[in-house]
Design a protein around this ligand. Structure first.
Ligand code: CA
Length: 231
């Protein structure tokens, strides 16, 4: 567990709660120290403040995403910053707005850690062994290997982006509501804003070369949510 936060009192409080919950936790107080700490310690979860000295949280997230797919929970001072993040492919897994209850943040960490990687397809894979590759135009989704290729090139997805694509592509004719996607991927005890789904879909579309509003591979179903497109 790593906390990257320049407000020392808050960083100390978050670290204390996480330690009390049984997680070995370290703190970095600047952006560059945060990136270095992720490299050195390979934490499972990073709690990342956006406003940091040296390197802002957005850039820290971008840099660590080049070498890790650990869970990143971004802490923002303003609710509308989350909307800004939709336009930036930073690859965070969850967002928390200040002020927040540290206890709630720890609960969020526990939820994220309970999420098995590849949750959407793991059960089916156990029963059936190999699952066929799903093809949508130039997009190939391999649920057995948990890998995604676009026009022959592998697409590097975060765990959340991968779970979304695996879930949607498993039932390609079905329109999924945001709540259904949250239940399937984050778990049905997750109590945050359903807007989070849109943030991750926007990141996923960018990686798939889709238009952010009208995806070819992940399409918007007005009044409902999202469905796979045929590419
Ligand atoms: Ca700050």
């Amino acid at each position: 567990m790593l906390v990257v936060e320049d407000e020392r009192t808050l960083a100390g409080m978050i670290a204390a709660y996480l330690s009390r919950a049984g997680y070995a936790t370290t703190i970095a107080y600047t952006g560059p120290d945060g990136v270095q700490a992720v490299r050195d310690q390979a934490p499972d979860v990073v709690i990342l403040d956006l406003g940091l000295p040296g390197l802002d949280g957005i850039e820290v997230c971008r840099q660590i995403r080049t070498f890790t797919d650990c869970y990143v929970i971004v802490v923002t001072a303003r609710r509308d910053e989350i909307d800004t993040l939709i336009g930036l492919s930073v690859g965070a897994d969850d967002y928390v707005t200040k002020p927040f209850s540290v206890r709630e943040l720890v609960a969020r960490v526990q939820t994220v850690l309970r999420r098995p990687r590849g949750a959407a397809t793991a059960g089916a894979a156990d029963r059936q062994g190999q699952q066929p590759v799903r093809v949508f135009g130039q997009l190939r989704v391999d649920p057995t290997a948990q890998r995604v290729h676009l026009a022959g090139d592998e697409v590097a997805l975060t765990p959340t982006q991968r779970d979304l694509l695996m879930t949607l592509s498993k039932r390609p004719t079905m329109a999924f509501s945001r709540r259904r996607l949250i239940d399937d991927i984050w778990g049905n005890d997750w109590v945050g804003d359903e807007h989070l789904v849109d943030v991750h879909i926007a990141h996923l579309r960018r990686k798939l070369g889709d238009d952010p509003d009208t995806g070819r591979y992940v399409t918007t179903v007005r009044g409902i949510g999202y469905r796979m497109g045929q590419g």
